[in-house]
Structure formats: structure tokens, C-alpha cells
Ligand binder design. Sequence first.
Ligand code: SF4
Ligand code: MG
Length: 317
Amino acid sequence: MYGIKQDWVLDKRPRHFVLDDYEGGAPRWCAGCGCNSILGAVHKICRDEQLPPEKTLVVSGIGCSSRFPHYMKTYGFHSLHGRPLPVASGARSRRPDLHMFVVTGDGDCCAIGTAHWIHAIRYNMKMTVMLFDNNVYGLTKKQSSPTSKQGNTTNTHPFGAPLPPLNPLSVTLGITNASFVAQTVDWNPAHLYATLLRAHRHDGLSFVRIVQRCPHYMAGYWDSIQHQPEAHLVLRDEVGVPVDDAVARSYGNHLDHDPHDLAAAKELVLREDVLPIGLLYLNENAARYDEWTARGMGMSPADKLAGLQAELDRMSI
Ligand code: SF4
Ligand code: MG
């Protein structure tokens, strides 16, 4: 006969997470796809920060990169096209305790999701937003995206994209209340990791544009940057993305940049001679909407009902 022993004491050992605690299903991305290295960086950040998997949420939209939550052994929400940011904002408004990552592609964020992007930046709720920018719609087989370079040939524009591309960094820097804007590349794991880790530790919404390779549809597209160390401009400062020896050795072009200088950040992201990587802009004092939505979360159901009733009474005529 089995029963519950009254004197049981739970043996609560400290938990220690390893990579396996975060690694979900085997990725179905193409070999060499930049999504793979970004996934590896996020797995490592979760382990190094010892984020409890049950307290970690990854929200994505639709696109190749948005398969990301399937490859995490955390909570995940593979949402609708262009909608990861409102989903994440809703989750954040009720769950200030979660560690949140948002995955969105250039089509997902910068086309159908543009309005949500603008307002999420302004709301500045704590989450790490990763823009996987490969300059193409990959999942739907090579259409021009808003960030495709002018003249780039795709299935929608076989004679070349006719318009100049939208710059997701200059757009983000132009949005009221932006608090953290950074850029990195998928092909330098050390810089990618350091940037995403710094973004994760930011108190507010961190927006990271990750220049991402799509070897299946855009083979060689980024070669002129990836294989030219001097085409990278590594940003250095006291509070931004730390530059370790490996990154310093890889890229010789460095710039001391004050990330609090918005005008300088706006100039940097327009440069076409180099790709600036690191923290472009930081405003630690930007207002956070999630601090406002968290008010009253500890109220009892009875108090909430009484408050609601009082408001309704106020409107009675
Ligand atoms: Fe990656 Fe491109 Fe393949 Fe999509 S199509 S998985 S973006 S390489
Ligand atoms: Mg894309």
C-alpha cells in the first residue's frame, strides 16, 4: 500500500542548466543559413545567463527565421505574419518575470509588421528583438523584401529591384522612445554572441539588426562584406558591446562611438563604405510601458472587480 509520508522533505538542489536544456528540435534551415549561428548564440546566452527554460519565451512571426521557437526547449509562440511584436507585448504586459526573445525577418518586420514595429519600439517593453535581415523573403522562395538592395534580382523583380532599400536601423532610430539599437553579423560568432548578450541585459526593448546570410537564394550576396575585414567598422565604448581579442584581431577598423549620441548613430547607419557593428544607440532613461502595465498586478480578483465597478459607476448617467 502506498501513501504520502507526512514527513517528506523535498530535496531542493540548485538547478544548473546546460545547452541541452535549451536545444529543441533539429533545425530544418538550409546548411550555411545564418539562422543556425544565431540559434547557437541564443542557446549559449540562455545557458550562460542560466535562464530557467520555463521562464523563457521566444516569440516569432512567419518566415524562415520564425521557425526559431521550434528549436528552443523553452516556451515559444510561432505567431502570425508580422505579428510577433504585439504578441510579445501582450505577454510582457502580464508576465514581467519572463525572459523574452522576439524573432522577426525583414519581410515580417519591415513590410507587413511595420506598424507593430514602430509602436513596439515606442512602448519599449523589456524584450530582445532580433531582426534577421537577409534582404529577401526566403520561405516563399526569393521575393524582394523592403530591405533588398536596388537592382538585386529576385523572382518578383527578375530585372532588379527598382527601389532603394528601407534602412531598418535609420527607421528604428527615428522612432520616439527608442532605447537600444545595435547591429551585428551572423558570420562572426563572438560579436554576435556579445551583441545579443548585451541586448538581453538591457532594461527595455533592445533592437538588434543581424545581417544574415541566405545561401540558398542569395549566395554570395554578403561576400563583399563578409570576406573583407576592412568593410566592418567595430564600435567601441564603455557601456556597449564588449570587443574581445578575437573580434579585435578579425577587424582592424574600430571607432570610439558614444551610443548616447543619437545624431552620430543616425549618421553611422547611413554609411555605405563600411558596416558599423556594435551598439549604435542607447537611452537608459527611456520610459517603459511594461512598468505601467504591471501596476495593479498584485490586486485580488475582488479588488479588481470593485475597481471596475467603481469606474462603471463613474460613467452612469
Ligand atoms: Fe536560410 Fe535562405 Fe534556406 Fe531560408 S531559404 S533556411 S533563409 S538559407
Ligand atoms: Mg528575409
